[in-house]
Every structure is written in C-alpha cells, then in structure tokens.
Design a protein around this ligand. Structure first.
Ligand code: SF4
Length: 234
C-alpha cells in the first residue's frame, strides 16, 4: 500500500482512520483500511506525514472515509506539518453528512481548504437508490455552498452516457475543482462498464486541459493506494 506521493501541484498522503460512519456504499471496499486502534492509527499517520516536504506548498490528505474520522492527534499532526513545512493550501475529503462541520475544520487548520465530497453522480436516484451513497441534496447550488470539489464516479454498469454527460457539464459549470474516478473493479460485486468507459475517454479527453480537474483511470493514479487490475485498460 503506497501512502505518500507527489503530484505536479501538491503532495498527497493516504492516512489511516477510524471506520467510515456510513460504510454502505455498494462500490466501496477501501473501508477495509479503517481501524479502531487509535494509537496505531496515530503512529502510522505520523510516519506518513513525516514524508511531507512542503515542496509544492500544498498538501492533500485522504483517508478511507472522511477527514472527520481521523483521530484528533492525527489532525494536530497535520496542522504541525502545515506550519513546519510552510504549506498554504490543504485538500481534505468529507462525506456530505459532515457538511455542518466544515467551517470548524477550516478554522482549525487556519489555511485555505479545498473540500472534496463524494457526489459520484448528480443523478439522485442512481446516487442514493443504486450506489447507496446516503447523500441527499436539492441542487448543485446546495453542494457548492459547502464544498469546493465534487468527486464523480464513471463507468459503473447501469450508468448511462446521458447521466455522465450531465455530471461533467455540472462539474465544469459550477466548480473550479473536481475529480473523476473511472471505476476500477474491486472486491465488491459492482461491475465496470468497459464500453461506457471507452465512450467517456473518447468524449472527455479534453478534461486534461483543466488543471484542477483530475481524471483517474486507475484507483492508484494519485500514486497512493493499492493497485487493482482492470479487465480492460484505458
Ligand atoms: S462514504 Fe466513502 S468511505 Fe464510506 S462507504 Fe461510502 S465510499 Fe466508502
């Protein structure tokens, strides 16, 4: 498991955390990285954070859940690294249900935070009834009021070209930041739609021109995580 990487515009660490409060999204098996041993989590996270150099002045912290599931000592360690390495921009991830706590986290870290949220799709039925995401909002404006950067999921059987086109359109129109994760098959029963992914990569190759929209064709494209092989490489 790789837990530290450096991207063109930021460093990124994959930390360990306590269990995701929800843990029921049908496509998710990375919650297997969660632990209830807080002392071990803090020890491991300190070692990972020690690798941060501050070279890019920006740091992304991900964990298999929300940043609010990181123990307090880990949050303090992140803040120490921010100060020690002169970091001036932080990327964190949170489930929609923690939206009322984002402001407190912004206050605690004392530097600008790009908050990412796993929206997966703006199609409410697919997001909640199929993916079981437990993320209910009225419209894009409500998401934008809290979060800076939606994460979208592309290439799951049952998704349609229309659904994906609308998602990408909303992302570009309303947000400066975003992540598009092309689904990688994992230990869940969820299946990848390779035809849909081919269509997506042909139609949306131009997303590369948006420096703050990341398109990940593999779950390890950020250089962290555990490599899973796709049936049909893109
Ligand atoms: S909220 Fe995130 S970490 Fe939790 S089960 Fe869903 S995808 Fe997995």
């Amino acid at each position: 498991m790789e837990r530290y990487s450096i991207l063109p515009n930021r460093e990124i660490v994959l930390l360990k955390s306590t269990p995701c409060f929800w843990g029921k999204c049908i496509f998710c098996d990375y919650i297997k990285d969660n632990s209830t041993d807080t002392a071990a989590i803090n020890r491991i996270n300190r070692e990972i954070l020690n690798q941060v150099t501050g070279k890019k002045r920006a740091l992304e912290v991900i964990n298999s859940g929300s940043c609010f599931e990181l123990p307090a000592a880990t949050l303090s360690a992140i803040k120490e690294v921010i100060v020690a390495k002169n970091i001036n921009k932080l990327y964190l991830e949170s489930h929609w249900q923690y939206r009322s706590r984002l402001a407190a986290m912004r206050d605690f870290m004392e530097i600008p935070i790009i908050f990412k949220v796993g929206i997966e799709t703006f199609d409410d039925d697919f997001r909640n009834k199929i993916l079981n995401k437990n993320t209910h909002f009225h419209d894009v404006a409500e998401v934008r009021a809290y979060f800076d950067s939606p994460c979208l999921l592309v290439g799951i059987k049952g998704q349609t070209e229309e659904m994906i086109s609308k998602d990408i359109e909303l992302l570009i129109k309303h947000f400066n930041y975003g992540t598009v994760n092309v689904f990688t098959e994992n230990t869940t029963a969820v299946q990848r739609d390779t035809e849909l992914i081919k269509w997506f990569s042909n139609k949306y190759g131009h997303l590369k021109k948006y420096p703050d929209i990341d398109v990940l064709y593999h779950n390890t494209d950020f250089g962290v995580g555990e490599r899973k092989e796709n049936n049909n490489e893109q």
